[in-house]
Each structure stands twice: as structure tokens, then as C-alpha cells.
Design a protein around this ligand. Sequence first.
Ligand code: SF4
Ligand code: SF4
Length: 370
Amino acid sequence: MSEGPRARVLVHSSADLNAATNAAFDFLEHDFSGQRVWVKPNLIGPFPPGRGATTDPELVRRMVGSLRARGAAEVWVADNPGGWLRGSVETYLAPTGIVEASDGCFRNIAETPVTLPVRSRFIKEVRVSRILHEADVVINVPVLKTHALTLLSGAVKNLFGVIPGQLKAEMHTAVRNSTEFAELLVDLFQALPANILHVMDAQRGMDGQNGPTGGRTLAIGRLLASRNAVALDSVMALLCGIEPARVPFLRIAGERGLGPVRRADIDITGDITPVPGFRLPSPLLAGALTGIIARAYPLARSEPLLARERCIRCGRCANGCPAGAIVLDPWPRIDDRRCINCYCCAEVCPRHALVVPGPVRGFIHRLTGW
Ligand code: SF4
Ligand code: SF4
């Protein structure tokens, strides 16, 4: 997974997706001829392409075309959306545009997962999609966006999607807070095979407290590529205006030697001028602070709050809650004694009706119930 101390990252700035895709593949210097390639976009849920929550279908279309032109024997496009899935994954994910853009390559990978051993103080193994072992090479295609629990999403976080649907949410019950979750994320990353390349969709992204699905959509106009996920995510952090080592999962990955997190240790080709006005989630809630301030964490942390005017009472949040903390009564009601603040419910809500409060709003809610 690591390619040594001088990992390379491409930051391609162009609206021409054909040129950007080919630049990324050329940069990765991988011979796809005769290979079975799994293109793994971010398909967290049925969000429309312009939202910035899921990978751009037009990018996936270009990637499929380019991989075929480069002689790939088979191309598969697949991901595990969050939460319980009822019915066909193709129908569920059709709004993302990726099923159509995959040009016959889309696969359902939720069935018959296999066991992957994990060296971790939290878990011993995890169930992952079988395709991970069937592919000769994986192209991980995350989106540049924020994440209320991990501060930023990106390449390392997108690989959490090798775990089918609700099993992902259940992983949250193994940890107590966002810092431990960051450690678990790195444990899982470390357990994955090494045949993974990374192309980050930063044409459009998402910022703000309610990423990875309910934040603000941003036009960024870049495509990133690297053979090293940690280096790639570190460059993403620089684009978002934060030192990579302040992002808990990157700090942990850097300490374990999985890739460089210091700008000086990465060979960057392209423009890394930070995205103007990029808004990060609260570093307090995401475990990015230490010392006395970090001890305020339990006081500031609150369960998501319901914006009732947006809720359609579909029940997806309740079905997807790994702690069984939500009942529909008739609106979703969260039992704060059971809630583990994993924010899976906010992620899967199709209407962004569950809002992750910032520390001040969270503190007020804990104090007054409002
Ligand atoms: S909060 Fe969202 S997921 Fe939950 S019932 Fe309302 S619309 Fe559905
Ligand atoms: S109610 Fe709490 S425990 Fe359940 S999904 Fe939402 S944040 Fe996680």
C-alpha cells in the first residue's frame, strides 16, 4: 500500500474529463491489459450526481471507456451503499447516474461476503465483498468531501465501503468515539490487499459540518491520483486548508508508516492552492484536538437533530441505526442514552433531515433538550 517515502500525487486541474481520466491513468503507470479491474466509486446512497455526495457518473463513464481502451479483460463498477438494502441495488442507486454510466459493468457485490482478518484492538475480522479478492486491481474513486465523524472523507475512508451495507454501521459499535473510529479505519485499511490505486473525484465536492451527504456542494475542478491513499488524502487535506496530521486517521496512518502526511515528503504534480472558503466540520467533534479542549468532547457531542419539515418518515434512519436508538413515533425520535454518535442515520437520510449539530448547538441541546 505504501510506495516508500516519496509517494507521488497528481492534482489535475481541467474540466475536460477525458483528458483528466487519461492523465490520471498515465500517472498511475499501471498496465491494465488482460486484468479484471474493480472501479470502486463512492455510492453511499441514492443521491443525484450534482450533489457532490457520490462519485460523478461522467467520470466513471470515462474510466470504463479508458480501461477498455487500455485492454482490461473485465471492468466491474460496484460499491456497497450505507444502511439496509431492500430490493435491487441497481434500482436503489439509479438516481446516482452510475448504474447507467457503467455501460453494462455495474455489479451487485452485497451477496456472499468473505472474512478478512484484521489486526486491531477492536475487532479480529470483518466481512468484506468477495470482489476484493476477485479483482486483479482495484481503482478506488472517492469524492473530496467532509465527514462529521472523521473530519474528511477520501481514499482511506472510501475503502470502508468494501464492507457490505449494514455491517458497516455495526462496526461503529466496536468503538467509543471518533478517535477510536479513526484507528479502526486505519486497522481496516492496513488489512486490505496492496493492489489498490486511487483516483479522487474533486471536480465537485462537499464541505461543512454535515458531510458526507448533507453538506454544501462545491465546484472544485480537480482530479487527484496516487498509488498511495495516505499521500493522496494528505494532499486532499492541504486543498481543504488543514494540516494532514491534524486529521486523526491520517495522523495514525502516518505514524504507522502507511504513507507520508507531510507536504515535504510527497512529490506533488499540480496546483494545491486551497479551495477558497472551504468549511471543515468541528475539529472537536472529529477528535482532531488534544489536551484540555478535547476533554470538552463529551459535553459538546450530541445526537443528530431532526429538521422535521424535511422528514418524510421513511424509516431509513431507524433501520440503519446500529445502536437501535431511533423509533418512529410517528417522527424519528432518538434515545440519547443509546445513541453512540456515529451519524450513520444522518448519512443515509435521503432528505438530509438529520443534522449533526456543531459543538455549541450540541452543548445547548444536551443542557436543555432543545
Ligand atoms: S429523518 Fe430522514 S431517514 Fe429518518 S425518517 Fe425522516 S426522512 Fe427518513
Ligand atoms: S441515532 Fe445515534 S447511534 Fe443511531 S445512527 Fe444516529 S448517531 Fe448513530
